[in-house]
Design a protein around this ligand. Structure first.
Ligand code: SF4
Ligand code: SF4
Length: 360
């Protein structure tokens, strides 16, 4: 599949939605940080750099991880529920969450530093190659995930356009700290938004993942829905931080009033990580109570995620394996030797069994 209007090798790609200023500074309008950058400076996400008054994306075509999985893992339950997606991500994120499980990917400092210095050895993957790989693995859609996709929107859009031409749908997994302009540009090419609502508390966002304001996040989610994107929301319940049932009910009420009573809400377990390693995993009873609070608020589709799934993998399957191997050979790579999951493979999740996708 040719990338007619797209680069055919690694290069800096001009940042979308940039606004040059008279003094050589440039404002990036991809996410709500709206970073104003001088020559040589990189944005908060580390993925965009000002070179002589023009902004460039460093991470176009740089893939940090690939996975093939059920759409239910995103979690998305009300869009093509039995389908599979190929999930991809790059490096860099516009948040710095204290409980992030994806530090190497989301902050991606080493990878992005090397790209900025021209010293990277990361493989470059064109948008057409990603779509070809998705078709090879027989999925129905492509999901942009692992860190905030807005920070490499140039690539997300190029892949999405080709994906739609090939009959694949697209999923955007987001923290929704995204500008209205970016949402308007992506809306024709993105079918599904799965967004976090981490809290309704400004204090929580200040403490756990410092951003401007919770109103900005909520406004971004509502804008995506207004633009016709299918929206599902998720709240990860963290013990002692956002597990107050009144507050969780308040999130459900906001969803009810702004996205509709039939809008799906996923309540998920927190697992200790990074600066929140001292906290326990969320008790299943709290997850069930939160879900009950959501239903009491009038939401018709609330999902309590109390499962753990197998988490014995110590490393992702290398990106090159996804690109180079056919589906059968990859099945072998994915097999897990650990006794906890026998021979069914670490990356074959229980949802795939339920959906009948697992063939052996
Ligand atoms: S995408 Fe990156 S450079 Fe652009 S505004 Fe957001 S954090 Fe700043
Ligand atoms: S938004 Fe997600 S990927 Fe980014 S820092 Fe927060 S938890 Fe990590």
């Amino acid at each position: 599949m040719p990338d007619s209007h797209q680069p055919d090798r690694y290069q800096l790609v001009e940042t979308m939605l940039q606004q040059p200023l008279d003094n050589g500074d440039v404002v990036c309008n991809l996410c709500l940080w709206r970073c104003r950058l001088r020559h040589g400076q990189r944005g908060f996400c580390q993925a965009h750099v000002n070179r002589n008054g023009k902004l460039y994306n460093l991470s176009y075509g740089i893939i940090s991880a690939i996975e093939v999985e059920s759409i239910r893992n995103k979690p998305v339950y009300h869009y093509r529920p039995d389908s599979r997606v190929m999930s991809i991500g790059s490096f860099g994120c516009n948040f710095r969450c204290k409980g992030c499980h994806n530090l190497e990917i989301s902050w991606g400092v080493d990878a992005l530093d090397k790209l900025a210095r021209g010293q990277s050895t990361e493989a470059w993957t064109g948008p057409g190659q990603i779509v070809e790989t998705a078709l090879k693995h027989g999925v129905d859609g492509i999901a942009f995930t692992y860190s905030e996709p807005a920070v490499w929107l140039e690539y997300v859009l190029d892949v999405s356009k080709l994906a739609h031409e090939a009959g694949l749908f697209t999923v955007y997994v987001s923290n929704s700290f995204v500008t209205d302009e970016a949402l308007e540009v992506m809306a024709p090419h993105i079918d599904v938004l799965c967004s976090d609502i981490k809290s309704l508390s400004a204090e929580f966002y200040r403490d756990i993942c410092p951003v401007g304001s919770v109103e900005q996040v909520l406004g971004s989610i509502r804008k995506a829905a207004d633009l016709g994107i299918h929206v599902e929301t998720r709240t990860n319940v963290i013990p002692t931080r956002n597990d107050n049932l009144d507050e969780l009910k308040g999130i459900a009420e906001w969803i009810h009033d702004n996205l509709g009573a039939d809008s799906p809400w996923h309540v998920t377990k927190f697992f200790p990580a990074y600066k929140l390693s001292h906290l326990p995993a969320t008790d299943n009873a709290i997850i069930e109570q939160a879900a009950a609070a959501g239903r009491a608020a009038g939401l018709e589709h609330v999902y309590a995620h109390t499962d753990i799934s197998c988490d014995c993998a110590t490393e992702n399957v290398p990106v090159s394996a996804w690109l180079e191997l056919d589906a059968n050979a990859l099945d072998e790579v994915k097999r897990c030797a650990a006794s906890c999951c026998g021979d069914e493979g670490i990356l074959v999740k229980k949802f795939e069994r339920e959906a009948g996708i697992l063939t052996r």
